[in-house]
Write a protein that binds this ligand. Structure first.
Ligand code: GH3
Ligand code: MG
Ligand code: MG
Ligand code: MG
Ligand code: MG
Length: 313
């Protein structure tokens, strides 16, 4: 027999355990010149199983965070030698936005205006010293949960709902970044555009639900074979693959191998369905990402013209 209260406390306890498990992977830098404060804050955080790295001034904290982009949160005092909390916050905001790095400023009661100035300089939140432990934990947890939520939403926004592949928004955000980097460093980057052959017939013969199953099945095959590269569902039955460090011939070989393997496979068991794909591979980096995708599209069109189930480079 479970009472409402014991049910509540059970769920509460499970929630706490999950939180503590997550905390073990969260890295927090504590920048404090007062050894006593530094030890106190560190012990509060370690009670909740966070990984804590201490810094004795702003310059030290800056160096630590610049070297380790996996750090989630900085708790920083205002008054410190070498570099104060504002300078530190300003310097970090040039590199990390508010969801990449949470900054919580600390300020003494005798300096009431510091909290607002911390926020203006880019801090996510602030705490007045001395604080009570409960408020400290609430602020830390609240900010971390907001960061997690934002990252989750960002992930959703980058994915296609049917296939869970990346979507166009991802392509024109992260894909563009890959393209820019390749151009800047003079490295190869190939773009493949893939389209299922006669897909309309599958819908017309078996219905839209089976068509969807085919799209899901091919997406998981793409992921298991070509998962090293970002795979984007462009819409419908068309996919785009961004292949950094692959010249035209290498990219062609990889895509054509996939095409060849797929042509002999049963992709959906009941009803038994086999499909083929056509693909175009473009690698001329002097073009913009858009132009390179269009070039791959033209080559895809040629593959269709030439009889489908083939790759054109
Ligand atoms: P081709 O070999 O020339 O590419 O022929 P095709 O039939 O594959 O090309 P077409 O562009 O004529 O048809 C694509 C079809 O894809 C039409 C559309 O109904 C279907 N389609 C687009 N999105 C979805 C989807 O999310 N689910 C399903 N089941 N079908 C879709
Ligand atoms: Mg100080
Ligand atoms: Mg098609
Ligand atoms: Mg078509
Ligand atoms: Mg199409």
């Amino acid at each position: 027999y479970v009472t409402k209260e014991s049910q509540y406390s059970y769920e509460h306890a499970i929630g706490l355990v999950r939180r503590l498990e997550k905390n073990q992977s969260i890295k927090i830098v504590v920048a404090e010149d007062s050894q006593a404060q530094q030890m106190f804050i560190t012990s509060l955080l370690e009670q909740h199983l966070y990984q804590v790295i201490t810094a004795n001034n702003g310059a030290e904290a800056l160096a630590i965070i610049e070297q380790d982009p996996s750090i989630n949160l900085l708790i920083t005092d205002y008054n410190m030698p070498q570099m104060d909390g504002f300078e530190l916050t300003k310097a970090l905001r040039r590199k990390f936005n508010k969801s990449e790095l949470i900054i919580i400023g600390l300020s003494g009661v005798e300096q009431k205006t510091l909290s607002a100035r911390f926020i203006k300089n880019g801090a996510n939140d602030f705490l007045c010293k001395p604080f009570i432990q409960e408020e400290f934990h609430c602020r830390v947890t609240h900010n971390i949960e907001a960061q997690e939520q934002l990252n989750r939403i960002r992930e959703w926004a980058y994915h296609d709902a049917l296939t869970n592949l990346y979507n166009r928004r991802y392509l024109f955000d992260k894909g563009l970044e890959l393209h820019k980097n390749a151009r800047k460093n003079g490295e190869a980057l190939s773009i493949a555009v893939i389209d299922i052959d006669h897909f309309k017939q599958i819908n017309d013969t078996y219905g839209h639900d089976v068509g969807d199953k085919v799209l899901i099945a091919i997406s998981s095959l793409l992921t298991s074979s070509l998962g090293d590269y970002p795979i984007i569902r462009m819409g419908g039955e068309e996919f785009c693959i961004v292949m950094p460090n692959k010249c035209n011939q290498d990219a062609y070989d990889i895509i054509d191998q996939f095409r060849d393997n797929l042509a002999g496979k049963t992709i959906v068991a009941d009803p038994r369905i086999t499909i083929t794909i056509s693909a175009g591979v473009a690698s001329a980096l002097q073009q913009s990402l858009d132009d390179q995708i269009n070039a791959a599209d033209k080559l895809l069109y040629q593959a269709k013209e030439d009889g489908r189930n083939r790759t054109v480079k």
